[in-house]
Design a protein around this ligand. Structure first.
Ligand code: SF4
Length: 236
């Protein structure tokens, strides 16, 4: 871990009100307990809310994605949603407007949610769910977030999810899937199945930007099926 990453972690814990973190040292003699049994605390302080997470985030500079961003894209939607969609990170439109999924991929996601719900007789629209990303600042050239960026910013995502406590989470694409499930499996193997993040069911499906590509007709059909399963699970 680099000095910068260690600094980011410590700043993160400090924001949670934790002033001291101990290393566990080995016991002085075999058979005796280790000198400190302190473990790193849970990332979400009691009573955590989206507002307090946003306040802790402030003008965040904990990872280098801050250098190219215009706005921090925290998340949007119903703060008491039963369903949370998690994407990868903001693109140019999102960075400009400060809202997640507002570009072409976002419009497709809106259509998918609204149309699938309408067809299946489920009375919800996009505004009824909550939508956010693994990283809150736009990666340069829309590249995939790096593991250290995902790990540092992912702590905010985990706090968001713990504050909302949805009935289910939808991981859109492999970055969200890796952040939530810590798996090396590919998206084609994992999609359409139920997984778990801290006891909350997670459905993995394709990212809408992947579905926008012309040749992904099969993937589109699969994503619609995944969404149908997800919406029925959450709202039936
Ligand atoms: S991506 Fe997340 S951790 Fe990195 S600077 Fe932005 S808000 Fe902070």
């Amino acid at each position: 871990m680099t000095r910068q990453q260690i600094r980011s972690y410590l700043e993160f814990y400090r924001d949670l009100g934790i002033d001291a973190i101990y290393n566990q040292r080995p016991a002085k003699e075999p058979g005796l307990p280790a000198e400190s049994s302190a473990v790193l605390p849970t990332f979400a302080p009691p009573g955590d809310t989206l507002q307090s997470i946003l306040a802790d985030m402030g003008d965040c500079r904990r990872c280098k994605l801050c250098e190219g961003r215009r706005t921090i894209v925290f998340g949007s939607g119903n703060e008491r949603a039963s369903l949370v969609f998690v994407g990868e990170g903001p693109g140019a439109d999102e960075d400009e407007q400060g809202l997640p999924f507002v570009g072409r991929a976002g419009q497709l996601l809106t259509q998918m949610i609204d149309n699938t719900a309408a067809k299946e007789g489920i009375p919800i629209r996009r505004s009824d769910v909550y939508i956010c990303n693994v990283v809150k600042c736009r990666p340069p050239e829309n590249r995939t977030p790096l593991p250290d960026e995902m790990e540092i910013c992912g702590q905010f995502l985990f706090r968001q999810l713990m504050a909302i406590k949805p009935k289910a989470i939808c991981a859109l694409g492999s970055t969200a899937m890796k952040a939530l499930l810590n798996t090396k499996d590919g998206i084609t193997k994992s999609r359409g199945k139920w997984h778990k993040w801290r006891k909350i069911p997670v459905m993995v499906t394709y990212h809408p930007s992947y579905l926008l590509r012309q040749y992904n007709q099969v993937a589109r059909r699969e994503a619609w099926e995944d969404l149908k399963t997800l919406l029925h699970f959450v709202y039936d």
